[in-house]
Design a protein around this ligand. Structure first.
Ligand SMILES: Nc1ncnc2c1ncn2[C@@H]1O[C@H](COP(=O)(O)OP(=O)(O)O)[C@@H](O)[C@H]1O
Ligand SMILES: [Mg+2]
Length: 350
């Protein structure tokens, strides 16, 4: 425990008093100390041994190495399937000592498996999904009745109603599509996709198909993608990520003030380890209290506006899940009145 300065006994006693699992790891990723809660979760934890003997998850180990090198705290998720399914948020933080060097890395585990909260989330989800489906269904039923009754002999009204019915049925179909993709992605969350995918080709292809939607919304798309950026993933899923973000920028990113270019800027660049997609608009932006919640299922800033634009409220939830499955990162940055920037970083293909 030399990284902490010799007061090993106090530190161990302190750790032991904490209810959450905590592991201290020294600079060469050997276990310096672990409390009882941590040993319950990871029974093979032994002081002095390398962390990887007790915890074989590459994502967590990579994260610990990154934090030891960078000195910046990070959180990764860790899902155990055997013997029972458990999900943890693993928070990894450096303990900077005296001369500013990193002596020890502190790993805290937060158990997200809490049966009650999972149950509650499921119940909320089912209630939300049913509500979203019931609204268009009620409209459809209403028009069926009208067509069978008062509008039976009124051809112009019939045409108008059929058009509305078609739109509502389309909305239900989109909702079911999104719900199914979400559940498929969730089921495969632990399987990391491995194919090489050129992010630039994905974006170029998409911007061609989204050009019309952009025109209809009075927006232009500008793409900066000077050279191929090959990331590791599943092409169809990466297409969905880029499509959702670009579509959102087109739908919600119209500048609130005249004089600002109604433009969506899309760039694809390559960092040392990651390919980075940035989608930026100059729209009204998003208030800070909404930003952390945008990726929740059915969360919208303005539900009416989203529905009017054919949204299901599931797009960013799908994006978040796909990015997690790819072991990538999603960041959302916005200042009210100044537009929004969505950044997706995906691991480069080796
Ligand atoms: N570029 C953006 N600018 C402003 N608001 C946005 C932007 N992108 C997303 N949002 C907000 O986030 C909400 C959720 O987006 P999303 O999950 O894609 O659902 P949907 O587009 O179906 O409504 C949107 O309804 C909108 O309120
Ligand atoms: Mg959307």
């Amino acid at each position: 425990m030399d990284g902490i300065g010799g007061d090993g006994a106090i530190v161990s006693a302190l750790l032991e008093a904490l209810p959450e699992p905590v592991v201290l790891v020294d600079a060469d990723t050997r276990i310096a100390s672990a409390n009882r809660a941590a040993r319950t979760v990871l029974p093979t934890l032994r002081a002095g041994e390398p962390l990887e003997l007790a915890l074989r998850t590459p994502d967590v180990l990579d994260c610990v190495r990154r934090v030891s090198a960078s000195g910046k705290a990070e959180t990764v998720s860790w899902r155990e399937r055997v013997p029972v399914e458990r999900v943890f948020d693993v928070h990894v933080a450096p303990l900077i000592v005296r001369n500013g060097s990193i002596g020890v890395v502190v790993i805290t585990l937060r158990d997200l498996t809490d049966a009650r909260s999972v149950e509650r989330m499921r119940a909320d989800f089912v209630a939300n999904a049913s509500h979203e489906l019931r609204t268009p269904l009620a409209t459809l039923m209403g028009f069926v009745e009208t067509l069978q009754g008062p509008a039976r002999d009124d051809p112009p009204a019939r045409d108008r109603f059929l058009a509305i019915m078609r739109e509502q049925a389309g909305r239900m179909a989109r909702l079911l599509d999104d719900l199914l993709s979400l559940s498929r992605i969730e089921q495969n969350l632990h399987l990391r996709p491995e194919a090489p995918v050129d992010l630039v080709l994905v974006v170029r292809h998409l911007t061609e198909t989204l050009m019309r939607l952009a025109q209809e919304n009075g927006m232009t798309l500008e793409v900066v993608a000077p050279q191929p950026v090959i990331v590791t993933g599943d092409r169809d899923e990466i297409v969905r990520v880029a499509e959702n973000l670009i579509e959102n920028a087109i739908k919600y990113g119209a500048p609130p003030r005249p004089g600002v270019e109604p433009q969506v800027e899309i760039s694809v660049t390559s960092g040392p380890r990651e390919g980075v997609l940035v989608v930026r608009d100059h729209g009204p932006g998003i208030a800070p209290e909404h930003i952390p919640r945008l990726t929740e299922r059915f969360y919208r800033v303005d539900a009416g506006q989203s529905r009017a634009k054919g949204g299901t409220g599931l797009g960013l939830a799908i994006v978040k899940h796909i990015v997690a499955r790819h072991r990538g990162r999603l960041t959302i940055d916005s200042t009210l009145g100044q537009g929004a920037t969505f950044v997706v970083a995906l691991p480069l293909h080796r």
